[in-house]
Each structure stands twice: as C-alpha cells, then as structure tokens.
Design a binder for this molecule. Structure first.
Ligand code: MN
Ligand code: MN
Length: 465
C-alpha cells in the first residue's frame, strides 16, 4: 500500500496556497512559544473571527443557537472553541484536540546565583528532552512574573534583533576526553542545564566595597528591577520558560519544509484552529481543544485529565438543551474525536527504529495513528476499525492525502497523547496529525504539504463525521 507524495497534487502555482498557509503558521510559532502565548494569540484571532466568551454569553443570558461561535479558556493555558451545529449536542460533538505546551527548560523558583563572577539561572527541564541538544544554543526567555499584588508582568527577551539572548555552555572539545566516554543521557546532566545570564560586576561604592559580594548577580537584579520591576523574591511566583531564540524558517533549497521550535504540537494546534474557523457551521457541533501539560502526562488543572473539560461541556449543555447526567452521557458517547498530535517522521539516517510499511513519511500527508503507547500497546487508545473506516471514507471523499503509522518499531520505545483522556468519555477517538523530524529537539522539522493536508483533513472531519 504505497502512498503517493502529497506534493503531486500541488504542482506549479498550486503550491502557492500550501506555502501561504505555512507562512501564517511560521508567524504563529515564531511569536507563540509558551502555552499562555498560544492561548492569548488564538483568543485574539478567534474574537476577530466572531467567537464570544461562553461565560459572558451565559452571564448575559444570550441565546446560543445554530452557528453560534463560542470559546472558553482556563487559567490562560487552555482554550476550547465551539461552532454550534445544526443538530443538538446530544447528537454528539466532533472534537479536534491538540496541545500547546512543548518541551523546554523552566526557570526554577530560586534560580539566580553567581559563580566565578558569572551569573546563572538554574532550570528544571519540562517534558522529554535529550539534554545534550540544549547547550550552546541561543535561548530566549518567555513567561510571566506575578507580583504579590497580583500584577502579571509578561516577559519576552531574546526574540527581537536588538534583544540579548541567553544560553547554556558546554565543555570545550580539548578537555572533553572524559565527558565523551559518558552515555548520551549523562553527557549533559539535568542539573548542568543552567543558563548564563551575566558577567558584568556592579560597582559598589568605596564604602560598601568591603562587604559587597556577588556583584554580577546584584547587577543582574538591578537591571531586572529597573527594566521589569522584578525583585529576586518574585521568581517564586514566576513561570519563565527558556526556549530556542529566533523565528521559524523555511528549510531546504526548495523551501518545502519548516524548521521551528514547538512543532509538537503547535503544528496540529494551529491547523486544528484554522480548521474550525474554515469549516463553518456543520451538522454536528464542532469543537477545537487546545490544552496544556500533554508533555508531562496531561496532568494538572490545565491538562486534558482536568475536570475543566467536563465542566465546560456541562456549561454548554446547560445553556442549550439543559444539563442532565443522561444528556451529558449521550452527548459524549455520540461524539468523535481526532486527537491532533504529531507523529515521528521516517528519518533515513535512523532506519533501525522504524518499520517502513507502518511509518509516517514527510510529504505523504495527514498521519493517522490507530494506537501509540509502549510495548504491547500499553497505555494507548486503540481506535476502533468502524471509526477508522469512517475516517477513510471522509478523507477519500475530500481527496486528503493521508497515511497511517505507528510510533516506531515494536518495542523501540513509545509515547502517548491526549487520546486516552478523551476516549474515557466513551467517544470514538483516533490520533491524527503531522509527521515531524527530530521531534522534541530544540528545532524540529515538518513538511509544508503535511501541515496543509492536516488542516484539510481536520476540516473534512468536522464537516462529515
Ligand atoms: Mn505531542
Ligand atoms: Mn511531545
């Protein structure tokens, strides 16, 4: 079952629309590098497209009807969008669900220290990272600092041309004889991922010189105070993420690919978001869930396992057909979902971990994973063949290029998505998204045509499932 290369459909200037969509996506991931930044930006875009805050709609007692466009957000890190369909909610909802958190280095609560007249920030990595990939790279700091009075100070340093950047040093090759003997997992240890942020000593007055120590750190704190009104204690209530600095870029002579930070899973988040905007009013209600904390197990109030999702669905049901547990159960059981998440792309440099017939390839379109998981499909959502048959029918009808894949060879490793969190509501769920090369590396690679086909696939699903 050889799958055709999706570019075949977009020869000549037909590829312009594929490139144009990728351009918008590049802009999005170049500026939105944290879950908060993604949610803030997409709420702004949703409002522009006519979406209204469900909470306010309910408070004002406004009527929700066919075609109503609504959104709910949670703690600034989760966004759910709805386009009300022609049928009642109890006929089921078609869900798309992606995550907007990505692997990175989080700044610790008590991070700043000075050693040998260098100032450093201590970090704790978030999600699955190969630690050795995060050294000697320009890093930017994105996040928020919350003052005791509740003031939220947004931080973005390292993205503008004139901004400074930060980074983690590595040992020079000349003295690395012992380091290079270590296993890759140990070459760079978690506690060594400290970010160099300063080397300029403050100059204490003659009077204070005697007792002055750590003047480089003091100088950094002075600058933070002046520029951001941040004191050292304020790091306690901050959420600052160190991420690769710089914009997403075209990749390859032919510009067919995009390299950027956080394709996992913003490539599916962005295309799912674009799809719900494009699909318009469908038979069933459409929903697009953009959630946090997938990379650390979908935990916490802003992860897919949170009750927040249930609360939001209950609110919507109450505001339309009226909530009852039975109606809620019926709505969920009649629902379908594409868990929009990335897949591992076949890499010719690492053929040993892939089984070629059941692998995703760059350029072959939208990827469906019947299951992910580990070992004997452990912890996976194993999609039902009845549902997959429906998906095949829809994709073929809309001429969406799609492929099916597993996450590597049997027993080569594994991973999970939000699929199983959703399947527990007794809905039909399958994983579907975009293939990524060097996933979870600071700079990941996707194909523009896969991004485009994923968006088309999501639209087709919302219209037809
Ligand atoms: Mn993912
Ligand atoms: Mn991931």
């Amino acid at each position: 079952m050889e799958k055709k290369n999706a570019w075949e459909k977009y020869q000549g200037n037909k590829k312009d629309k594929v490139f144009a969509f990728a351009q918008d996506y590049k802009t999005f991931i170049s500026t939105c590098k944290t879950e908060r930044e993604c949610v803030t930006e997409l709420i702004a875009q949703a409002k522009e497209a006519g979406f209204k805050d469900l909470k306010q709609v309910i408070e004002k007692g406004k009527k929700i009807k066919e075609g109503s466009k609504l959104y709910v957000q949670n703690m600034g890190k989760v966004l759910i969008l709805f386009v009300m369909g022609k049928k009642p909610l109890t006929a089921g909802v078609n869900f798309l669900g992606a995550h907007v958190d990505s692997p990175r280095l989080d700044i610790k609560q008590n991070p700043l220290y000075e050693d040998s007249e260098l100032a450093l920030l201590d970090t704790h990595y978030y999600g699955g990272v190969k630690k050795y990939q995060w050294v000697t790279l320009p890093l930017a700091l994105h996040g928020v600092v919350v003052k005791k009075d509740g003031t939220v100070i947004p931080i973005t340093i390292g993205e503008k041309e004139e901004d400074p950047v930060f980074g983690i040093t590595d040992l020079l090759i000349h003295l690395s004889a012992e380091q290079l003997e270590k296993k890759a997992a140990k070459v760079i240890e978690g506690e060594s991922l400290d970010i160099l942020v300063g080397s300029l000593p403050g100059f204490p007055s003659e009077k204070e010189k005697e007792k002055a120590k750590d003047t480089v750190k003091a100088n950094v704190l002075q600058l933070l105070k002046e520029q951001y009104n941040i004191e050292e204690d304020d790091f306690l209530s901050a959420e600052i993420e160190a991420v690769p600095a710089g914009a997403a870029r075209d990749f390859g002579f032919d510009r067919s690919m995009v390299t950027g930070y956080g394709h996992d899973d913003r490539v599916c988040a962005y295309s799912s978001f674009a799809a719900i905007l494009e699909a318009g009013v469908c038979d069933k209600t459409s929903a697009c869930i953009l959630v946090d904390k997938e990379e650390i197990g979908s935990v916490g109030a802003t992860g897919m396992d949170s009750k927040f999702f249930e609360y939001a669905m209950a609110e919507l049901l109450e505001a339309t057909e009226g909530f009852s547990q039975i109606a809620f159960n019926r709505m969920m059981s009649a629902s379908n979902m594409i868990s929009s998440d990335v897949s591992a792309a076949y890499d010719p440099l690492y053929p040993a971990v892939m089984e070629k017939k059941n692998t995703a390839y760059l350029g072959k379109g939208f990827v469906f994973n019947k299951y992910t998981g580990r070992k004997g499909k452990g912890m996976s959502n194993d999609a039902n063949p009845e549902f997959i048959a429906l998906i095949r029918k829809i994709m073929d009808k809309h001429e969406v290029s799609f492929q099916t894949a597993e996450l590597g060879k049997v027993d080569a490793g594994g991973g999970g998505t939000i699929a199983s969190e959703m399947a527990k509501y007794n809905m039909q769920v399958i994983d579907g998204g975009v293939a990524v090369l060097n996933m979870h590396a600071p700079w990941e690679i996707i194909s523009k045509v896969d991004l485009y086909e994923a968006k088309r696939g999501y639209v087709a699903f919302l219209k037809e499932a």
